[in-house]
Design a protein around this ligand. Structure first.
Ligand code: 5GP
Ligand code: MG
Length: 197
């Protein structure tokens, strides 16, 4: 069972003027990722893990998480067509390109930045299952459980968060803010279609 911390109280943001508040600080992220490394070790024992990261969003999380894993790992990335209009999802996500690693008989750990409606990860798990892996598990940094449109739970969750549009630590709005070291709530007047996007 995931032991994700529920994030409810946001603190004022001194980090970036476009943020309303900070939901998860850099220090909290680091601490939780160390614990996720322990949870992964308990789940997998000494088995090799084939990590599949959903890019671009999961880049920072994956880079930090794999350094907390002592098992042998293989790493691949997958890209999904953007099926979102600004901050809300529309239609169905689709895989762009293909994986370069063979997943047959491998223990696959799919990593994404955030689980929202559940459409992306449920579609990706179905795609990976067709490749006959030994197992498929999912790990997300953030989980907006209240927003699910399809039934889906991740095996490993960093933080449960409320239904707010967040950026930072890999998560973007129109490709900006991915480099912020924390997770913050974007000011609502900036969540409209940006003129500079
Ligand atoms: P789902 O398919 O579960 O609805 O959405 C997952 C994807 O939507 C995530 O990988 C992420 O790209 C995007 N997403 C969902 N919520 C947020 C959010 O609050 N902020 C950002 N930047 N992206 C989000
Ligand atoms: Mg994404």
């Amino acid at each position: 069972m995931p032991t994700a911390k529920l994030v409810a109280n946001a603190s004022p943001s001194p980090i970036h003027p476009d943020l309303d508040s900070i939901l998860v600080s850099e220090g909290e992220i680091k601490k939780r990722i160390r614990k996720l490394g322990v949870e992964i070790a308990e789940l997998y024992g000494n088995e090799e893990i084939t990590i599949v990261a959903v890019v671009n969003g999961a880049i920072l999380f994956t880079a930090d998480l794999i350094r907390q894993i002592e098992n042998p790992i293989r790493l691949d990335c997958i890209r999904i067509s953007s099926y979102r209009n600004e901050t809300r999802s529309l239609g169905k996500p689709q895989v762009l390109g293909h994986l370069s690693l063979d997943l047959a008989n491998r223990h696959v750990l799919l990593i994404d930045d955030i689980l929202d409606t559940g459409k992306t990860l449920s579609m990706l798990v179905a795609v990976i299952q067709k490749m006959h892996p030994a197992s498929v598990r999912t790990c997300v940094l953030l989980d907006k459980r209240g927003r699910r449109e399809v039934e889906f739970e991740a095996d490993l969750v960093g933080f449960q968060i409320p239904d707010k549009f967040v950026v930072g630590y890999g998560l973007d709005f129109a490709e900006r803010y991915r480099n912020l070291p924390c997770i913050g709530v974007l000011k609502s007047h900036l969540q409209n279609p940006p003129e500079w996007a």
